[in-house]
Design a protein around this ligand. Structure first.
Ligand SMILES: [Zn+2]
Length: 332
């Protein structure tokens, strides 16, 4: 059997969980493109429905549009609210889809908004996207602590059974969140800073704090966070292996962060200042204008880990078992 065929076999035999990818934030975006995820053996994907820069009108329209379309394509996709839904989707060869928010601004400063978003299918959230907001710090801003409102939001996120995510969050705030949370905290898409020194990546202190909560660090496929602008498969394998060597195979997952092309749809909110959200001082030229890993790289990632001698049981954990167990613990 070729290495690729063996890797494809592993992807078929085990639950595969992509902790974060993006559809363009437009309600008319065809969610049918997620077929590319399904074709690679992915069983669950968390799709972004809004960042701190997106006004609530946009977030709600996108949620409505995506939910309606996932339902319309019930032959291929399932709106997943529970791990049982994910398992059912997998058993029927369908792709389970849930949603995430990248930043807490859409919560409007009201803790009861968390449960409302949960009811709409949002299963994970981080408090700040790159910049500071009333809840706490973003990773490309002054390093501020979690605010009192942010602390109440963490409690509301815990109470709702939503996964507390610290990707895009500032260093100090993320450590405060992990100390305050009563449930495991995870990074849905972040890489070890030891391998690539970018403010979006996580320090050993953040990784250790996450693991101490019982959380998982999911490796991100964005080129500049991999230290390989081409987002090559060997770089992803390197980041996975670094984390596994540091914290063990039961604490590592995947959040590919593939952003499907917008195909002519305009997803940018009016007046968006890209230089604010993706600052020049941190090396950005024109927003997040970088190469991203694609779902089709999954067999190569598995083949690379097999070549390093990974046991199938450990691969099963990294590909999806760890995130399934985490969701089973946290989701209501
Ligand atoms: Zn992100």
């Amino acid at each position: 059997m070729t290495a690729t065929a063996e890797a494809e076999d592993v992807l078929k035999r085990h639950l595969v969980w992509d902790a974060h990818s993006c559809l363009p934030l437009h309600p008319d975006m065809d969610v049918g493109v997620l077929e590319r995820h399904r074709a690679q053996g992915v069983d669950f994907v968390s799709v972004n429905v809004g960042m701190d820069m997106n006004p609530l009108e946009q977030v709600m329209a996108v949620l409505a549009g995506f939910r309606a379309q996932v339902r319309r394509h019930a032959d291929r996709f399932v709106l997943a609210g529970s791990v049982a839904d994910v398992e059912r989707a997998r058993a029927g060869g369908r792709l389970a889809v849930a949603f995430d928010l990248e930043g807490g601004v859409p919560l409007l400063g009201r803790t009861e908004m968390v449960a409302l978003f949960y009811d709409l299918g949002v299963r994970q959230i981080h408090l700040a996207y790159n910049r500071n907001n009333p809840l706490g710090g973003g990773c490309y801003d002054d390093d501020v602590p979690l605010t009192p409102l942010g602390r109440r939001m963490v409690a509301a996120i815990n109470a709702a059974g939503m996964l507390m995510d610290c990707s895009h969050t500032g260093h100090r705030t993320s450590l405060d969140v992990m100390a305050a949370s009563t449930a495991p905290v995870f990074f849905s898409h972040a890489n070890p800073r030891a391998l690539c020194d970018d403010g979006r990546n996580v320090t050993d202190a953040q990784i250790d704090a996450c693991v101490a909560t019982g959380g998982v660090v999911c490796v991100n496929g964005v080129g500049r966070f991999l230290g390989d602008l081409k987002a090559g498969t060997p770089a992803i394998v390197r980041h996975v292996d670094h984390l596994v060597q540091r914290v063990g195979p039961e604490r590592v997952g995947l959040g590919i962060d593939y952003c499907y092309p917008a195909g002519g749809l305009d997803e940018n909110p009016k007046g968006l200042v890209k230089g604010y959200w993706w600052p020049k001082a941190h090396g950005y030229a024109n927003g997040l204008d970088v190469k991203l890993a694609e779902p089709e790289q999954l067999p190569g990632i598995v083949a690379g880990l097999l070549k390093l001698g990974y046991a199938e049981g450990d691969l099963a954990r990294i590909l999806g078992g760890n995130m399934r167990d985490l969701a089973a613990k946290v989701w209501r």
